[in-house]
Design a protein around this ligand. Structure first.
Ligand code: URA
Length: 227
């Protein structure tokens, strides 16, 4: 069976492989990336949340509204870019709701959480496959999870946001080996890290920094288009 990313077919086996690699982790659902193929620009987030799993589209929850604002400021639409994330299922955490009377089955509340490094590694084959398919020139990791998946964890988003990095990205060394580690590929990309759209929801003081970063990214994309 084949499924599609946008209009391009991707083997169902890659999805099955990721689901298999992630067995035993607290993850639910599975979401494909969305957008144009090929696309000059690819955005890489962290992982879908509850809303995205229900809607079946990336960035449709609260963070999605902020991403729409990013795109509007950049003069871009979802149709001309590609949006993906490091992890394609929703990482969740269950908690027993306090105050359940004795003798009653306790109520569980489920919340989103940050994916672990192992969860990102488990889903690495699908992001690798998408990057191959989308052939982006510019990759925009949003937040530390996407950034570390692409360039390693020696730097953080707070030191690299708003800057262009011309360099290679990480992919699985041997996609057929379940224990394969990451290695850098040969192709050079323009990598432009941004704060994750959810960051501004929790920290309004980031608004002006993000505004400046988006202006810098817009300027960079315009210059690249004209070169
Ligand atoms: N955050 C992400 O990184 N991806 C989504 O799809 C939603 C929120």
């Amino acid at each position: 069976m084949e499924v599609t990313f946008g209009s391009a077919p991707v083997a169902e086996t890659i999805i099955q492989e990721c689901l298999h690699r992630a067995e035993g982790y607290d993850l639910e659902g599975f979401l494909l990336g969305q957008g144009a193929i090929p696309a000059k620009i690819m955005f890489v987030g962290e992982a879908p949340g509850a809303t995205e799993i229900v809607e079946g589209r990336p960035f449709t929850g609260q963070a999605g509204k902020v991403l729409e604002e990013y795109l509007e400021k950049l003069g871009l639409t979802r149709q001309e870019i590609y949006i993906s994330s490091a992890v394609r299922s929703r990482p969740f955490k269950d908690k027993v709701v306090a105050g359940t009377p004795a003798g009653v089955v306790p109520r569980i509340s489920r919340s989103n959480r940050t994916p672990t490094k192992n969860e990102v590694l488990a889903h690495a084959p699908i992001l690798d496959a998408e990057i191959e398919l989308v052939q982006p020139q510019v990759i925009v990791p949003m937040g530390n999870i996407g950034l570390h998946r692409l360039i390693g964890s020696h730097e953080t988003i707070s030191s690299l946001h708003g800057k262009v990095i011309e360099g290679p990205i990480l992919h699985l060394e041997d996609p057929d080996d379940p224990r394969s580690a990451y290695t850098f590929g040969e192709r050079i990309y323009s990598i432009f890290p941004l704060y994750h759209p959810a960051a501004v929801i929790y920290n309004r003081s980031l608004e002006s920094v993000i505004e400046q970063d988006l202006a810098a990214l817009k300027h960079f994309l315009e210059a690249k288009n004209n070169s």
